[in-house]
Design a protein around this ligand. Structure first.
Ligand code: EPZ
Length: 418
């Protein structure tokens, strides 16, 4: 296993490129299953969830090659109707998009229940509700899901009981070729949902969003396209939390400000100076940040994927604050790691209260992707040298975090387990 070695106490200054959005690139990669032709996808982040998804498609007969560092060519013309790569599938949440795509293309899908970050239950009943409303039969058996249809699927109106990114995307994918109009009510509005819709429409699909309602008019087939993935809003916001802890002056290049405006408005109230130009955001922090109280919620409000990193930021703030996670109420595994660094924390159900803390270095264990980013954040502000184990979690979603932090003046490096 690899570890990160972080020497805290250095300000961050300079410019970094923000990569493509992992949580868009993943559904778009699986959506190429619906295009029996060549697709070229630009701004694909080089992170392990992407590599694993490419490997799953390759094992099913797709042709997938990077034609440059971040541009991926995929052709699923010869894809098998049988899903392969069960071990990889059970490690990732994004592999759940095999359900909607294989159902749409082959009328069936048999695969392990999807995995994903281990911060609590990851149910899929909303996905199943959608598939069954379209006429599919879904049976969960011994850790596997078997989706079949004994007749052609039919378009329908589906009202989701919970706002779910994955279920919204999966129902869009499953309904692409259905005669008539499928309507999804109470759909997720995250940018990665609309990124996937834009890709599908570039390939000839007919999908329209009106606020939280999505209309999908069935088409006969999709054609090849070249598509550029949106920039990663969570990567941008994660580096802003690093800045808030370390102080300094950084410019993030290749950002869609509209995707991060809600959180940046909170940062501004915390003493961040933030200026935006076209696709760049410059942020400066010259004094200790103020505290804040936040509640996570579906887009466009505060994203749950920034919760752990924001908790680290509050440790260094002048007044601390509270975080209530209404999306993933048990996403608090990072808290005990922050306490190892001296964080003064109180846990109350799905909330955490963080007091201004005197943070020192420690040896830490990353427990999931965003918790790992939170530990990097805290270590960058801690006095002394910290070690972070289980780097594999962090590289799932942050391309070249060592190179980017180092280029900004942070002291961080990967060391091999001795
Ligand atoms: C996506 O997960 C992201 N993952 C998550 O990011 C992100 O935290 C989440 O959306 C919320 O924004 C990917 O895109 C690969 P949901 P997803 O379905 O689709 C409940 C990261 O760090 N729910 O929107 O699984 C669910 O338990 C990862 O990049 C049901 O109850 O999230 C949660 O409480 C972590 N039943 C809420 O809805 C269902 O059938 C939102 O989940 C589906 C979801």
């Amino acid at each position: 296993m690899q570890k990160l070695l972080v020497q805290g106490g250095y300000r961050l200054n300079g410019e970094i490129n923000i990569g493509g959005m992992k949580n868009s690139a993943l559904p778009v990669i699986y959506a190429t299953i619906l295009v029996k032709d060549e697709c070229i996808l630009e701004n694909i982040p080089r992170v392990s969830d992407i590599d694993n998804s490419i490997e799953i498609l390759r094992q099913m007969g797709a042709y997938c090659e990077f034609i440059d560092t971040h541009t991926l060519l995929i052709n699923t013309k010869n894809l098998s109707s049988e899903i392969n790569g069960f071990e990889l599938i059970s490690k990732m949440r994004a592999s759940s998009y095999l359900m909607g795509t294989m159902l749409a293309r082959f009328g069936k899908a048999y695969l392990p229940m999807p995995g994903g970050c281990n911060f609590g239950k990851r149910p899929i009943e909303q996905h199943i509700k959608g598939f069954e409303h379209l006429g599919a039969k879904c049976i969960e058996d011994n850790g596997f899901i078997n989706i079949t249809t004994n007749k052609k699927l039919k378009s329908n109106k589906i009202t989701l009981d919970k706002i779910s990114v994955g279920a919204t995307i999966n129902i869009v994918l499953a309904s692409i070729f259905l005669d008539g109009l499928t309507i999804i009510e109470n759909s997720a509005m995250e940018p990665h949902v609309d990124d996937t819709i834009r890709f599908l429409n570039m390939c000839g699909a007919k999908i329209l969003r009106c606020k939280s309602r999505i209309y999908i008019e069935g088409v006969k087939a999709l054609h090849s396209s070249r598509y550029r993935i949106f920039p990663d809003m969570i990567e941008s916001l994660t580096y802003m939390t690093f800045l808030g802890i370390c102080g300094g002056d950084i410019t993030l290049v290749g950002v869609k400000y509209e995707h991060i405006k809600y959180v940046c408005d909170i940062f501004k109230k915390m003493n961040f100076n933030i200026d935006t130009y076209e696709d760049e955001v410059r942020a400066r922090v010259n004094e200790q940040v103020e505290g804040a109280n936040i509640i996570t919620a579906p887009y466009p409000l505060f994203p749950t994927d920034l919760h752990p990193q924001f908790a680290s930021l509050l440790c260094f703030s002048s007044t601390g604050g509270t975080i209530r996670d209404d999306v993933f109420p048990t996403r608090f595994a990072y808290a005990k790691e922050l306490e190892k660094m001296g964080a003064n924390i109180e846990r109350i159900e799905n909330s955490i209260k963080i007091y201004p803390s005197k943070i020192h270095s420690a040896t830490l264990d990353a427990t999931d992707l965003r918790a790992g980013a939170a530990l990097v954040a805290c270590a960058l502000g801690a006095q002394g040298e910290s070690i972070i184990n289980n780097v594999n979690y962090i590289v799932r979603g942050y391309e070249d975090i060592v190179g980017k932090v180092t280029s900004l003046g942070g002291k961080i490096k990967i060391i091999k387990e001795t």
